[in-house]
Design a protein around this ligand. Structure first.
Ligand code: LLP
Length: 435
């Protein structure tokens, strides 16, 4: 079970915990992301409870939302971190995640990233190819150490999720094929800079059907058992992330049933267990608040043109993702509904959040909440169209805090020096041409 939603109407206004979102819009401007710390903590607690009794470490996958306050909220509860870049590793450390609870994953780590992970003393590197393993060994040797390493296995399991976020089939770029594992393990044992400690798997994201997990976990545990039998001293199994959430009518996977699959596969194994949930911990804990700029009646459609765009939230454009969109001011009872297209200001047809969505009548100036955007929202945003990144606000009970400020316009120009040949007498400034 996920925690109950904390985004609710009270006195006709949508609240995040005890804070009316309209008040935040007045002070922060729109668009902005708002996160509920209570919901993040609730989701983490539910995962930990389901896994209780198992030697489990929950390593939050920062890629879902690497806002420092979000990561800190989880670190304070004891979470570890799954990182895929030096940047994420630095955020995790800055948030107070102990280095020995950090797993460095990803198919293309650079040597610099490997070195910084080794210097920090992280728990393990999940390697995904032989060339990467060779590089990691060299880097570790050059630092006079060994890299604690797990091999990510590609179990060739279809996660039954969206094509673009499925990662566990043989045709995907991730992990080492089961058939190639004997050679990979042999090589890991030979390489002087590698200390082979475990196996890892991650078959995809937004899984709502648990069956593929069962198959993948059994394959991974079977291999682990074989290797132990061969005298390879493994000590950790990493079951990856991927737990889905309910965006619409999907039912989020039952955590107890998920944990039962883990127990079935690994309970008898001498192995510390790692889990890397991202979306499940933060997805439903965030909303993106946007203001309707214009209502445009086209020949065939009615458009709500809002001030958030695909640069702020790319999931609908990129994955045809469906996000619930609701007015911040509760609709009058019996207001009825009409189909509208909710679109951003960017000149691409893909800049569309919803098509033919049934909404109560909405007028220009009103606020909308795009729900379930705590995961893969702000982190996937860009400054396309030279738009500024949306700020992020965290709510806790009656309190709120800006946890990422909206950059000022000077920031758009700050890191873009002109080459000498393009300079004229006047040095470019952020405010040139703006009174
Ligand atoms: N571990 C590994 C190795 C991963 O590749 C991922 C996600 C996770 C853990 C966390 O998965 P989660 O628990 O969040 O499903 N941008 C896409 C999702 C990409 C997921 C990539 N890997 C989206 O917006 O749906």
């Amino acid at each position: 079970m996920t925690s109950p939603t904390v985004f609710q109407y009270r006195a006709g206004q949508l609240h995040a915990e005890d804070v009316p979102l309209s008040a935040l819009a007045e002070t922060a401007g729109t668009p902005f992301y708002c996160y509920s710390s209570g919901m993040i903590e609730g989701a983490y607690g539910a995962v930990v409870e389901a896994l209780s009794g198992l030697p489990a470490t929950v390593c939050y996958a920062l890629k879902a939302n690497s806002n420092l306050a979000v990561v800190r909220s989880l670190a304070k509860l004891g979470a570890g971190a799954d990182v895929v870049s030096e940047g994420e590793m630095r955020v995790a450390l800055a948030a107070g995640v102990p280095a020995d609870k950090i797993v460095f994953a990803g198919v293309g780590k650079t040597r610099e990233e490997m070195a910084s992970g080794l210097r920090a003393g992280i728990l393990q590197f999940n390697v995904e190819s032989l060339p990467e393993m060779e590089a990691l060994s060299e880097v570790a040797q050059s630092l006079g150490t060994q890299a604690p390493t797990a091999i990510r296995v590609n179990p060739d399991v279809d996660a039954l999720t969206h094509e673009k976020i499925s990662t566990g089939r043989a045709e995907n770029k991730f992990g080492i094929d089961l058939a190639h594992m004997p050679g990979a393990v042999r090589r890991a044992m030979e390489l002087p800079g590698i200390s082979l400690q475990g196996l890892a798997v991650h078959i995809g994201s937004q899984l709502t059907d648990l069956a593929p997990y069962g198959v993948a976990f059994e394959r991974l545990a079977g291999l682990y058992r074989d290797l132990l039998g061969q005298g390879i001293p493994l000590r950790r199994l990493d079951f990856g992330g991927g737990l889905g959430i309910s965006y619409r009518e999907e039912t989020a996977p039952d955590l107890a049933a998920y944990a039962a699959l883990v127990r079935q596969a690994a309970a008898d194994l001498p192995a510390g267990l790692i889990f890397e949930p991202g979306r499940f911990l933060v997805g439903n804990a965030g909303v993106l608040i946007t203001r309707v700029l214009y209502v445009k009646q086209g020949a065939a459609r009615r458009f709500l043109i809002v001030d958030a765009a695909m640069n702020d939230l790319i999931r609908p454009s990129m994955y045809d993702a469906w996000h619930r969109i609701i007015p911040v001011a509760a609709p009058a009872p019996g207001a009825g509904e009409e189909p509208v297209d909710i679109v951003g200001p960017i000149c691409e047809s893909a800049d569309t959040f919803a098509k033919q969505r049934l909404l109560p009548p909405v007028t220009a100036g009103e606020l909308l909440a795009i729900c379930s955007t705590g995961a893969y929202g702000a982190v996937m945003s860009s400054t396309y169209n030279s738009r500024r990144l949306a700020p992020e606000i965290m709510v806790r009970g009656k309190d709120h805090a800006i946890v990422r400020a909206r950059p000022d316009y000077a920031a758009l120009l700050a890191d873009a020096p002109l080459p000498d040949w393009l300079k004229d007498d006047r040095a470019p400034t952020a405010t040139r041409g703006v009174a």
